[in-house]
Design a protein around this ligand. Structure first.
Ligand SMILES: [Zn+2]
Ligand SMILES: [Zn+2]
Length: 90
């Protein structure tokens, strides 16, 4: 009785493997062939993380922004000593 679940695609009773879909429908879902994906995931290839901003997951979103802001003024970074960091314990 305790069935893990069957594919939520119409007229499909295969065993669920992920996202509520069977192997076959999950593949379609990943390919964007299934209507209304229940979970928004990163559009980056082979990335199944949840979206963070826009169509990217947190990782890829940050990576994209790091790339956008990749105009590093090399050498301009102040080598400030960690004076603000108090040693633990007292
Ligand atoms: Zn299915
Ligand atoms: Zn991603």
């Amino acid at each position: 009785m305790a069935v893990k679940g069957t594919c939520k695609a119409a007229a499909c009773a295969r065993e669920v493997i992920a996202k509520g879909y069977c192997r076959q429908h999950y593949r379609l879902w990943k390919a964007g062939e299934m209507p209304k994906a229940r979970y928004k995931i990163c559009t980056e290839e082979k990335c199944l993380k949840a979206r963070f901003r826009g169509s990217l997951c947190e990782t890829h979103y940050k990576a994209a922004h790091a790339k956008a802001a990749a105009a590093p003024a090399a050498g301009a970074a102040p080598a400030a000593p960690p004076a603000a960091v108090a040693p633990a314990g007292a």
